[in-house]
Design a protein around this ligand. Structure first.
Ligand SMILES: [Zn+2]
Length: 356
């Protein structure tokens, strides 16, 4: 495994520094232009590494690395929001070469306090997908709460209706039990997921963990400030369910149409784009896509790894490249320059855990 990562690192170094990456990019664009959409979740100061009151898998980049990544994009790419991409697609000039869209899922407050100032410093815009129920209630997102609340127990078992969470008194055992539980929750009917989450929340009170504001959702005031500064605010549903598991049409309608209306009313501007919660193929289906289209969105992004050939044929199933906190600078730049050569190695290593 280590030898494999070393080979990938060497390949990334070669792609980035030899000039072959840039040549590959120019060649690829000439043959078949495309758009790269990056997916981030959280950006935190590296000093928080090792703290146990949040899910580290959701950290896409530490702040200093994010700063470097944005400076790289500023130097080498044309950075657009989803909305700007839509305008570029319908303009006579077309989509600029090296177009990259920077997106954030879930709406954690670090997006406002840490990522937004960095974006502003570089004069870049990004698209932020938010869950409106969490914005309004100020409550943490269910999956982040699960990880941190399980972290409060030294060991299992934790008995929930129809599910036993068992783990020993060590980090590895707790982590694999948490991963299995999250995976289970992504694949059961929504009604069952909601009741399992609630049963866990009732058993383990959140207590002092609420203290760190970076783990809370952004509120409307912060979102307004970002929108006024040119950031795009998109919808990530109301409650972050797995949409393919929502049985009732009226519930699905509220998640997709309802969240759009709520954001538009709160911010006074049109919401053009949607990000499917979790975003893997199993998490949305034809019924979901149709409803997103009917709600009047112009784009929807998934968490499936890939780039998007132009003209965009799959407006409602755009692929993204997820950024992870453990990728090197060479790996980041090589993924932008030559994603087809790099084959997204970090996605293969960790295909599902950060899809939330
Ligand atoms: Zn999400």
């Amino acid at each position: 495994m280590k030898a494999l990562s070393l080979r990938r690192e060497l390949l990334a170094k070669f792609v980035t520094h030899s000039g072959i990456g840039r040549a590959a990019r120019v060649w690829r664009h000439g043959m078949r232009p495309d758009v790269t959409i990056l997916a981030y979740h959280r950006v935190l100061p590296e000093t928080m590494s090792g703290q146990s009151d949040f899910d580290p898998e959701l950290v896409s980049a530490w702040a200093n690395e994010f700063d470097w990544q944005m400076s790289y994009l500023k130097r080498h790419c044309e950075v657009l929001t989803c909305e700007e991409l839509d305008s570029a697609l319908s303009s006579s000039k077309g989509v600029p070469r090296n177009t990259v869209v920077v997106t954030f899922d879930d709406g954690f407050k670090d997006n406002f306090l840490v990522a937004f100032p960095i974006l502003k410093n570089h004069g870049l815009r990004a698209t932020f997908f938010i869950c409106t129920d969490n914005v309004e209630s100020g409550e943490r997102l269910w999956f982040d709460r699960i990880v941190t609340q399980i972290g409060q127990r030294a060991s299992g078992p934790i008995d929930l209706p129809g599910y036993q969470l068992d783990f020993k008194e060590n980090e590895l055992s707790r982590k694999s039990a948490t991963d299995r539980f999250l995976d289970h929750l992504k694949r059961v009917p929504n009604i069952e997921r909601v009741s399992l989450c609630q049963a866990l929340f009732d058993l383990i009170p959140e207590g002092s963990l609420k203290a760190n504001q970076l783990h809370l959702p952004m509120h409307w005031g912060e979102l307004k400030e970002m929108a006024q500064a040119g950031m795009e605010i998109g919808s990530h549903s109301k409650t972050h369910p797995i949409l393919s598991q929502v049985a009732q049409d009226d519930e699905l309608h509220a998640e997709i149409h309802g969240s759009k209306e709520i954001i538009e009313k709160a911010l006074g501007q049109e919401v053009a784009s949607f990000a499917y919660p979790v975003g893997k193929q199993f998490s949305f289906d034809a019924r979901t896509v149709k409803m997103v289209e009917r709600a009047g969105y112009r784009f929807a992004v998934t968490y499936e790894a890939g780039i998007n050939p132009l003209p965009v044929a799959q407006r409602f199933a755009l692929k993204r490249i997820s950024v992870e906190r453990y990728i090197s600078r060479d790996m980041f730049s090589a993924s932008i320059l030559a994603p087809d050569i790099m084959l997204f190695p970090h996605h293969r290593n960790n295909p599902d855990r950060s899809s939330l």
